[in-house]
Design a protein around this ligand. Structure first.
Ligand SMILES: Cc1ncc(COP(=O)(O)O)c(C=O)c1O
Length: 349
């Protein structure tokens, strides 16, 4: 049962960094998010919000005084928070999308999310992935029944190929920042603030990894409605800084990506998410890929958590904040899909 009537809202035009063609001007509301949450909760379990005393000890040794809770989004099916977007998308497909199938581009977790959603809805999905996407993520997308096309060396090149494929095949291009997907991702934050409120422990800050910015945009929208005093802090790899540059300049910027964290390997800012983040995101930190590895090792050794780079980036941001981080801080662990190479690199140090 769709939570949003497709006739009501112009969610279905492509949104890209290069064009403002409709979707970017729509307003997403907290009511939209609560409807998305009903859809998502029918399919996915709530994820744990946990403190890890051993991790706290390691953070204290690094001068971090904040109390930290981890939101374990990596335990969801597909191993990342992104599946929330795919589940919501599946419930809100238009007739043309159902009839002609979905085409999207991704380095992996958005791909798995769309493949998961397409399978739920019983529609075809084709995912264009750059050659740099980890094999384990390509295999996971194929295992969910989607067709995988490997095109281009970067997410930007794969996006161009996906649009061309959609145009020639008649499939519907699903932008990684499609508003239905942003709403799905936002449900993680409704859940987070609800868990914190139920425990009687209001959050002072939430650290969110940023690639295209869907998760952070959702976090800001929910925070505005439920916890206006809480700071939302974005974290991006310095080796893929297009989102950070766009947020700082107020314009859509392109920048090369050389990050090892495939979930953060964007090469452009995105209109819709940048518009939502502008004026809402309280701070935006850059961390190095080595910082991300350090955080991933801490999660593995101190919090029983195997995170991929993008999933460890928020903790890297907290560590980079140093003694400035105070109060109760939630760290989003967004993904578990570490490649064999990544696991070997983490274990080798
Ligand atoms: C595990 C993981 N964390 C974080 C992100 C960044 O999310 P967003 O692109 O919505 O900013 C991604 C993106 O694919 C991801 O896969």
């Amino acid at each position: 049962m769709p939570s949003i009537d497709p006739a009501d809202r112009n969610y279905w035009t492509d949104e890209s960094s290069a064009r403002d063609d409709g979707a970017v001007s729509i307003e997403l509301t907290y009511v939209d998010i609560t409807r998305a949450a009903e859809v998502v909760a029918r399919e996915l379990p709530a994820t744990p919000l946990q403190a890890h005393p051993l991790l706290d000890l390691a953070l204290r040794e690094r001068g971090i005084a904040a109390d930290v809770v981890i939101k374990h989004e990596h335990v969801l099916p597909t191993g990342s928070f992104k599946v929330r977007g795919g589940v919501h998308l599946a419930a809100t497909l238009t007739e043309p999308e159902r009839a002609h199938g979905l085409v999207t581009c991704s380095t992996g977790n958005h791909a798995q999310s769309v493949a998961y959603g397409a399978r739920l809805a019983g529609v075809r999905a084709t995912v264009v992935m750059p050659g740099t996407a980890p094999a384990v993520k390509r295999d996971a997308v194929a295992a969910l029944g989607a067709e995988v096309l490997v095109r281009g060396a970067s997410l930007g090149e794969a996006a161009e190929a996906a649009r061309a494929h959609a145009a020639s095949s008649g499939g519907s291009f699903i932008c990684p920042t499609d508003p239905r997907i942003v709403l799905g991702h936002a449900t993680a934050y409704g859940e987070l603030f609800g868990q914190a409120a139920a425990a009687g422990t209001p959050l002072d800050a939430v650290l969110v990894p940023i690639g295209s910015g869907t998760g952070a945009a959702g976090a800001c929208l929910v925070r505005d409605a439920l916890a206006p005093g809480c700071r939302i802090i974005g974290v991006q790899s310095a080796a893929a800084p297009a989102g950070w540059q766009s947020w700082r300049s107020g314009r859509i910027e392109q920048a090369p990506s050389t990050t090892r964290a495939s979930g953060l390997a964007t090469t452009t800012g995105y209109e819709l998410t940048q518009r939502l983040l502008r004026g809402r995101l309280d701070d935006f930190l850059l961390v190095t890929d080595d910082d991300i590895d350090t955080a991933a090792r801490l999660l593995a050794s101190r919090a029983h958590t195997l995170a991929e780079g993008a999933g460890a980036a928020a903790l890297a941001g907290l560590i980079a904040s140093g003694p400035g981080a105070r109060g109760l801080v939630a760290v989003m662990c967004t993904g578990a899909n570490a490649s064999a190479d990544e696991i070997a690199r983490l274990a080798a140090a």
